[in-house]
Design a protein. Structure first.
Ligand code: TYD
Length: 215
């Protein structure tokens, strides 16, 4: 594996999707090798099917550990079909969410426990860890307000969670960032979109100058 594995993480309402949309073309212009932008389930047939089961509002009886195992299973398939082949070909992979999402959402949000979720994800990924993670940090009040203002997306099973769930998710992310200061780069996502994109861009390019033309 000689590519570069970058993940982007954050609680709901951090603006992850908009940031990636702006960040990706800029990185593409500067990269000295191919960049692959992906997100779980990433168009992978099996992972797409698993994701539909997780998000279906009719599956209200779903047990929390079932949910965690399904995320890990979808992750595994996406890793095998998309991420690892790209990394093995030497590409830069930008992945919207990875194991940290499960640690924060299932481990802390659903209160299963971070070590438990780390264990099943270790099995699923065989220890594949991102080289670099951008964590877009936003307080839960701001995050939830942003989601409510942009209610364009369809309601899914995870939208029914309240403020405390989102606070647990955010605190878990903050703790992960504190415990992994080399891998996880925290960015204040309460700033305007352009500032967040600028900080994200600089953080990546400055950390990996060999992969980009100029700073
Ligand atoms: P996603 O489709 O990435 O939407 P967003 O644009 O908010 O990032 O994620 C949908 C939801 O799935 C989101 O609330 C986070 C949740 N999620 C988990 O709970 N565990 C996971 O492992 C992943 C990848 C996502």
């Amino acid at each position: 594996m000689n590519g570069l594995f970058i993940t982007i993480e954050g609680p709901d309402g951090a603006g992850k999707t908009s940031v990636i949309e702006e960040l990706y073309p800029r990185l593409q212009l500067e990269a000295t090798r191919k960049i692959v932008k992906t997100r779980e389930p990433g168009g992978v047939k099996i992972a797409e099917k698993i994701r539909k089961i997780i998000l279906d509002p009719r599956n209200e009886e779903m047990d929390e550990r079932t949910e965690a195992l399904l995320y890990a299973a979808a992750r595994r398939q996406h890793l095998i079909e998309v991420v690892l082949p790209a990394l093995n070909a030497g590409h830069i992979v930008i992945c919207d969410r990875f194991v940290d999402s499960s640690l924060a959402y299932q481990g802390a949000g659903r209160r299963i426990g971070i070590p438990e979720i780390a264990r099943i994800n270790e099995f699923a990924t065989e220890g594949t860890t991102p080289d670099f993670t951008l964590y877009l940090d936003v307080d839960s009040d701001t995050g939830l307000r942003r989601i409510q203002e942009n209610r364009a997306h369809q309601y899914d099973r995870l939208d029914s969670e309240g403020l405390e769930f989102h606070q647990r998710v955010r605190h878990a992310y903050l703790k992960l960032a504190e415990e992994n200061p080399v891998r996880i780069h925290k960015i204040d996502a309460r700033m305007g979109l352009q500032e967040v994109v600028e900080s994200s861009y600089s953080a990546i390019v400055e950390s990996y100058p060999a992969y980009f033309k100029s700073i």
